[in-house]
Design a protein around this ligand. Structure first.
Ligand code: NAD
Ligand code: DAU
Length: 365
């Protein structure tokens, strides 16, 4: 049985991980530590919040005494570290928060873990650091996908901050013997994703009849993975991964952005044909006027420094951990669209500010 601290557990992947872990290991203690920045949403944890072994702590990973106190109070033996500033576009406009949370915050987490776990108690422990394929930089069309030994070449303030944190994590293993693992994952999609990221943004914009902004020529490539498959990958790394090890997690599922947007448009058109009631729920959607969702696609100015292609080679995970993604893109994207249609209050609240008001009332901002 594990007693696990999930940082950033109110964010997209963190919340999915909490639900995954609760399902797989119902008796385990889970403590979530989250600062509830704009991307953290306690509503994403509603289904687990009254569980007796679940604890939510509103706090910052930069607060080393708080983290060390939690590790001691709950006798935690595992950290899964998701908390981060995660959006590339935001890092271009305001890098400071990325340096603070992703680099200084991760270092603060490492110091707290070292203080408690390496202080002579000899407790079995594991610090798992969740990183990204973006640290490897950008691939040309014919380059082989990223492997764990690909040289780091981060191009955005976001990926540079994640790369720095990866190096700090590595150093705490080699220098102090902290039992760490790191996973570098490709683009995730699925429930609870904040609608600033491509796939949920396209879905909510179609429903609102707003334009679908495609950066540049739309030919940039990402390797998409259903979020639950990422969570399962992390579980396998925790259970079977070697301390000090690095694991690339991916879906072997490369798409150009324009094809992703067209695919989502086509599936949304199908939804409106299948379910007439959607027209009354979403009167601004193009389908209401007999138009296709694709008519909303608009090419806009490119993201500065936009990486052309990412792709993950997950052979090490497959060979050493037995990892295979379960969800195909076809099934995963349908599940995601269905989830968005079934959970309108979740994304409406995130977008209309009532969720911010609720945060202010409950957590003082
Ligand atoms: P997200 O932005 O949805 O969630 C981040 C969470 O961290 C939020 O709940 C936020 O409130 C919390 N947080 C931010 N700063 C904090 C701080 N200082 N202290 C405590 N909590 C803080 O991000 P996500 O998409 O769920 O990504 C989670 C992790 O996975 C990140 O480390 C990211 O780099 C990595 N990752 C994401 C993807 C992806 O496609 N989304 C892919 C690979 C790796
Ligand atoms: O590769 C893993 C990374 O994937 C994670 O480390 C990041 O945390 C996560 O945000 C994601 O980064 P991307 O920049 O790839 O994701 P995003 O959804 O912002 O964009 C996906 C692609 O779509 C990218 O090429 C930019 C493009 N895009 C994005 C938005 C928001 C558009 O063309 N239009 C848009 O409006």
């Amino acid at each position: 049985m594990s007693k696990i601290l999930v940082t950033g557990g109110a964010g997209f992947i963190g919340a999915n991980f909490v639900h995954y872990w609760r399902r797989e290991y119902p008796a385990d203690t889970i403590v979530v530590l989250d600062a509830l920045t704009y991307a953290g949403n306690p509503a994403s944890l509603k289904a687990v919040k009254s569980h007796k072994n679940f604890h939510f702590v509103h706090g910052n990973i930069l607060d080393q005494p708080l983290v060390a106190g939690l590790l001691r109070e709950y006798e935690l033996d595992t950290i899964v570290h998701f908390a981060a500033e995660s959006h590339v576009d935001r890092s271009i406009h305001g890098p400071d928060a990325f340096i603070e949370t992703n680099i200084v915050g991760t270092h603060s987490m490492l110091k707290a873990a070292k203080e408690v776990w390496l202080s002579g108690s000899g407790r079995e422990h594991r610090f798992h650091h969740v990183s990204t394929d973006e640290v490897y930089g950008s691939l040309r069309p014919d380059d082989p996908p990223f492997v764990e030994t690909t040289a780091y070449a981060p191009n955005s303030p976001y990926s540079a901050s994640k790369a720095s944190s990866d190096h700090l994590v590595r150093s705490y293993h080699h220098t102090y013997g902290l039992q760490i693992t790191t996973s570098n994952c490709s683009n995730n999609y699925g429930p609870y994703q904040f609608p600033e990221k491509l796939i949920p943004l396209v879905i909510v914009n179609i429903l609102a009849g707003k334009s679908l902004p495609v950066y540049g020529d739309g030919q940039n490539i990402r390797d998409w993975l259903y979020v639950d498959d990422h969570c399962r990958g992390i579980d396998l790394v925790l259970k079977r991964g070697e301390a000090g090890g690095v694991y690339n997690i991916g879906g072997n599922n490369e798409w150009t952005n324009i094809d992703i947007v067209r695919q989502v448009c086509g599936l949304m058109d199908e939804c409106f044909v299948r379910d007439e009631a959607l027209k009354a729920r979403f009167p601004d959607a193009p389908q209401v006027r007999g138009r296709k969702a694709e008519s909303l696609i608009t090419h806009v100015k490119d993201r500065p420094g936009h990486d052309r292609r990412y792709a993950i080679d997950a052979a090490k995970c497959r060979a050493e951990l037995g990892y295979v993604p379960l969800e195909s893109f076809e099934t995963g994207i349908r599940r995601t669209i269905t989830w968005m249609l079934d959970n309108e209050p979740w994304w409406r609240a995130v977008m209309d500010g009532s969720y911010r008001d609720w945060l202010d009332r409950n957590y003082g901002g």
